[in-house]
Design a protein around this ligand. Structure first.
Ligand code: HEM
Length: 143
């Protein structure tokens, strides 16, 4: 993403990045098979685990990955670091048996969440889609 596109994505992300629990909840709600991959949450009622400390901890870990990542986009000097972060994440998830299709659905839910909770418009949507596609392509090449 260029600097302008990155700013749009960063502004949108800033509006949701503290809603960690609600984001993970939306992902699990829409994708029970993703919830089922988490040893702490498999087979549990989503609404009863939502308020737990474990849920908050996992949500914070996952959402802060995006925060760290999104903070670095838009600056070519950060490309190697972004590449490393994404390859590491993909390889860790590959080892857990996560599929690229699940990563895509996770991303779709996240996109839906951001688009309905942050300032959004065609330009933001286009920048967000461009970034998502490029990053998903890299994840697919690893998994
Ligand atoms: C753990 C990020 C998608 C399953 C983690 C962690 C992060 C993370 C940062 C904690 C660090 C680690 O243990 O590696 C993400 C991001 C995703 C994503 C950014 C989407 C782009 C998924 C999907 C699944 C999944 C789609 C399952 C289908 C897991 C599991 C753990 C994990 C099982 C370990 C949980 C535990 O410690 O008990 N993820 N994840 N993740 N993720 Fe993901």
């Amino acid at each position: 993403l260029n600097a302008d596109e990155a700013r749009l994505v960063q502004t949108a992300w800033a509006a949701v990045k503290n809603s960690e629990v609600d984001i993970l909840y939306a992902v699990f709600k829409a994708n029970p098979d993703i919830q089922a991959r988490f040893p702490k949450f498999v087979g549990k009622d989503l609404d009863s685990v939502k308020g737990s400390a474990d849920f908050a901890l996992h949500a914070a870990r996952i959402v802060s990955f995006f925060t760290d990542f999104i903070n670095l986009v838009g600056n070519d000097a950060n490309t190697p670091a972004l590449d490393t972060l994404l390859r590491q994440l993909a390889s860790d998830h590959k080892n857990r048996g996560v599929t690229t299709e699940q990563i895509s659905r996770f991303t779709d839910t996240l996109t839906g969440f951001v688009s309905s909770h942050a300032p959004w418009g065609d330009n933001v949507a286009a920048a967000w889609a461009k970034g998502s596609e490029a990053n998903l392509a890299l994840v697919r090449s690893v998994i």
